[in-house]
Design a protein around this ligand. Structure first.
Ligand code: WT7
Length: 660
């Protein structure tokens, strides 16, 4: 850990514009500090106050935090509520019924709008339709759908009837989908005929069929298909139903089923350091509370805002900041089916201008690729678009380098808009460390300070605080309402992964390295300290990709590491030993392509290695352990300065360096 040192020498500071601060939910640093102090003084009282003020409870809670079975914390455990009620009925009752909830723009530019009243009716019809199929409280439903109003309806309909949803990103392969269906024990699968991205149709139903045919999914009794394109699909009578037919004739009201605050609202799979993805289980009460609070605090959401989060509903960002947070806040949000580069790389800027987006939330990787595109083609440069509606910008998913931050600030925010660099994780449920746009002075590349009530810290390998200015391990010292509750079906893995005994068993281990600024205490995230890569903001375990590679019959051994990449943040670099002789240069190109396609089939296109290098062996210690730090140096094409004396086969380094 001593190797982690502050690499940032950033001295530019951007205080919040006065006009912004004046009307912000948290206005000025004194207001921020007052909330932090309230949480310090009376932690449970702080959370209880917000939970009572922000959520509508079917049955009020009397207990706030139960730590008796730590780290399996419980929040508001004797309270009952329904997440969908809090997102929909609440808005019918408070004057938002005819307010637009979602402005949906399809890949081809077609725009559809639904009001809260209409959304409520559609969610209720689907909820009734699912109930008619026999799906109910406690059942698990997998959602493998494109970005669509129907996708949000599917999540809300599950929440309404107390079914736990598990959304699988539409870019995952049949095998990944099948693994998740089996692990979560799904009784139904909601999908679409096809999804449209960048003018191309992708056959979701066909992939779903393939997943189910892989076996182990006998519990899946129903496949409900949203007719998106009308493309041809195979049909299994008795199992498959069109979503519109499931909804047809169903009443437009459906009582929201009250569930315990701890009832699992959803399970979302994410990558860890071992091969098998983890089913991150979230609660209903604590999760929804934080989704709503952070909409107000971080995004300063106001009734007139047009809010746009570009994430996919397949990731946690699309859960908290599309499917739940904005609806609970009664906001109007834009939702986009397509990709930022179709029909050209000005699509985002064009959409902001046409819809008059005021709050825009995207990933650094998208910003970096659009910088390149704008430099290459002035026609899609943001200066060609009227971006005057914007008042707040945000980023998420990976560290944003100060250059990209400055470009975003100047070219998109035109120097007027604060940028909230939000650090959080699938496991945290919502924002953790982030600027408050009306309070926090911004420093490019830093996610600044923890939100009130979030006890983040930087510690050493024994769990002791390190002084500001020294790098260390990012932890959270107290449980918070939106935190992961367990890993679905694997509580021991939950305990070991997030509350390791080495740190004393009480600190939540985020898995990132971090450093706090000597003067300001601002956090800068240094990247993962485990075997997890972050490629274009997508999280991937190196072990997961290695398992996929070695599953190929021609592969004997594989080791995967990350290396820095200008656009995607990190790039996947695989070192592969084949069962046959090492290929010559020409063969290497062809076999590497075969392996890339193989990985796309095994996991999904997002996991394709960028570099594949073939060797006779991998660098190993005498005890047979692969020396990954050497591979990381090789991947970066950097001089190896580390100690190689424990290496059994030093000559292999030269071979791998030259390998293509
Ligand atoms: C990992 C979590 C949170 C939704 C999207 C990703 C990295 C996330 C930031 C940020 C630096 C960040 C961390 C974290 N990360 N946001 N603002 N600055 N790093 O969720 O797939 O669970 O990934 O993303 O490494 O641990 P995820």
């Amino acid at each position: 850990m001593s190797a982690i040192e502050s690499v940032m020498q950033e001295h530019r500071v951007f205080p919040p514009p006065e006009s912004f601060a004046k009307s912000a939910a948290i206005s000025g640093m004194d207001a921020y500090r007052a909330l932090c102090e309230e949480a310090e003084r009376d932690y449970e009282g702080f959370w209880a106050r917000h939970a009572r003020e922000q959520l509508v409870w079917a049955k009020p809670f009397t207990k706030v935090l139960n730590e008796s079975n730590a780290p399996f914390y419980k929040w508001f455990e004797d309270g009952q509520l329904n997440a969908s009620y809090n997102c929909l009925e609440r808005n019918l009752e408070n004057g938002n019924a005819d307010k637009v909830a979602i402005v949906f723009e399809a890949d081809d530019g077609t725009v559809t709008r639904v009001t809260y009243r209409e959304l409520h009716a559609r969610v209720c019809q689907l909820a009734n339709g699912l109930k008619a199929l026999g799906i109910g409280k406690g059942d698990r439903v997998v959602i493998y759908m494109p970005m669509s109003i129907e996708g949000v309806c599917a999540m809300q309909a599950c929440a309404r009837i107390g079914a736990t949803h598990s959304v699988v990103f539409g870019g995952f392969s049949a095998k990944s989908l099948q693994e998740r269906l089996v692990d979560v024990g799904a009784v139904a699968l909601l999908t679409a005929d096809e999804q449209m991205r960048g003018g191309k149709a992708l056959p979701l139903k066909a992939i779903a069929d393939e997943a189910l045919a892989l076996g182990g999914c006998e519990a899946v009794k129903h496949v409900v298909v949203y007719r998106r394109t009308g493309g041809k699909v195979n049909w299994v009578e008795g199992r498959d139903r069109w979503l519109d037919e499931v909804c047809a004739g169903q009443p437009e009201t459906c009582e929201a089923e009250p569930v315990d605050a701890e009832h699992p609202l959803f399970v979302l799979y994410t990558s860890g350091s071992t091969g098998k993805p983890k089913g991150v289980q979230h609660s209903t009460g604590g999760y929804l509370l934080w989704a709503l609070m952070t909409m107000k605090w971080t995004f300063d959401i106001k009734p007139d805002d047009l809010y746009w989060c570009t994430a996919d509903i397949g990731w946690v960002t699309g859960h908290t900041y599309i499917a739940y947070g904005p609806l609970a806040a009664g906001a109007t949000q834009l939702m986009f089916e397509g990709i930022p580069t179709y029909p050209n790389a000005g699509r985002f800027w064009d959409m902001i201008a046409r819809h008059k987006v005021s709050v825009f939330y995207t990933a650094p990787t998208a910003i970096r690729s659009l910088i390149k595109a704008a430099e290459a083609d002035q026609a899609v440069h943001p200066k060609q678009y009227d971006l005057s509606s914007l008042r707040l910008l945000g980023t998420v998913g990976e560290p944003i380098n100060p250059e990209a931050w400055m470009w975003y600030h100047e070219n998109i925010g035109r120097g007027r808009c604060p940028i909230v660099d939000t650090f959080w994780q699938t496991e945290t449920g919502g924002h953790m460390i982030t600027p408050l746009p009306g309070a926090t002075p911004l420093v490019p590349g830093s996610c600044t300070l923890p939100l009130p009530g979030i006890m983040a810290a930087v510690v050493d390998e024994t769990g002791q605080d390190v002084p500001n200015g020294s790098g260390g391990i990012l932890v959270v010292k107290r449980p918070w309402p939106a935190m992961i509750r367990t890993i679905w079906g694997d509580p021991e893995r939950f305990r070991k992964s997030y509350f390791p005994a080495e740190l004393g068993g009480k600190l939540y281990l985020a898995g990132d390295g971090a450093v706090r600024d000597k003067e300001t205490g601002y956090f800068t995230i240094m990247g993962r300290i485990d075997d997890v890569l972050n490629v274009s903001g997508h999280r991937m375990g190196t072990m997961e990709i290695e398992s996929a590679l070695v599953a190929n019959p021609i592969v004997a051994e594989a080791a995967v590491v990350g290396r820095p990449d200008d656009t995607t943040g990190e790039a996947i670099c695989a070192f592969v030993v084949l069962k046959r002789a090492r290929p010559n240069d020409e063969e290497a190109v062809q076999i590497a392509n075969e392996l890339r396609n193989w990985v796309a089939k095994e996991i999904g296109p997002i996991a394709k290695p960028k570099d594949i290098r073939f060797g006779d062996n991998l660098p190993k210690t005498r005890s047979g352990k692969i020396m990954r730090r050497l591979l990381r140096s090789l991947a970066k094409n950097e001089e190896i300065t580390q100690d190689t004396s424990t290496l059994e086969n030093p000559a292999i380094l030269e071979q791998l360096r030259q390998a293509k």
